[in-house]
Ligand binder design. Structure first.
Ligand code: ZN
Length: 142
């Protein structure tokens, strides 16, 4: 797809129009299928502005999204580092360990982290155990 800025020679209004190719524009022009969106005049010309390919704008968009994703990922990794440095990893035993800390406060003062199912987190919350779900990215998937 190619976007052209067209100009109406009758009312001097400029507008954008999409074409499958530059050839399609020429064909439509010769057949007088191009008309002004405002005054219906057939005196339509391409302006000198370079045609814009739709693909390049899509590409730019996805790069921006990628950049945002990388920023979020960086934040998560910083957070993960903080947790790894300050909390004990308990793996799948998270729900069990969280309960033992909660019900036996003298046992551990250090926080823990690990994996738990949504159901376990819900149950812990119902029991008044302080547990939070945090986003986590694996180190190996870079
Ligand atoms: Zn016009």
């Amino acid at each position: 797809m190619i976007k052209y800025k067209l100009v109406c020679k009758n009312c001097d209004i400029k507008f954008d129009s999409w074409f499958a190719s530059s050839n399609e524009y020429e064909k439509l022009k010769i057949k007088n299928f191009l008309s002004c969106h405002y005054c219906n005049s057939k005196k339509i010309e391409k302006t000198l502005m370079a045609p814009k390919l739709i693909n390049s704008s899509y590409l730019k968009n996805s790069k921006e999204k990628d950049g945002r994703f990388k920023k979020v990922r960086k934040k998560i990794k910083e957070y993960q580092k903080f947790i790894k440095d300050n909390f004990d990893y308990v793996g799948d035993n998270f729900a069990f360990e969280a309960r033992s800390i909660h019900y036996n406060e003298k046992k551990k003062k250090k926080g823990i982290y690990g994996t738990a199912s949504n159901k376990e987190i819900k149950e812990l919350k119902e029991e008044g155990v302080n547990a939070e779900l945090i986003p986590w990215v694996e180190d190996k998937s870079n």
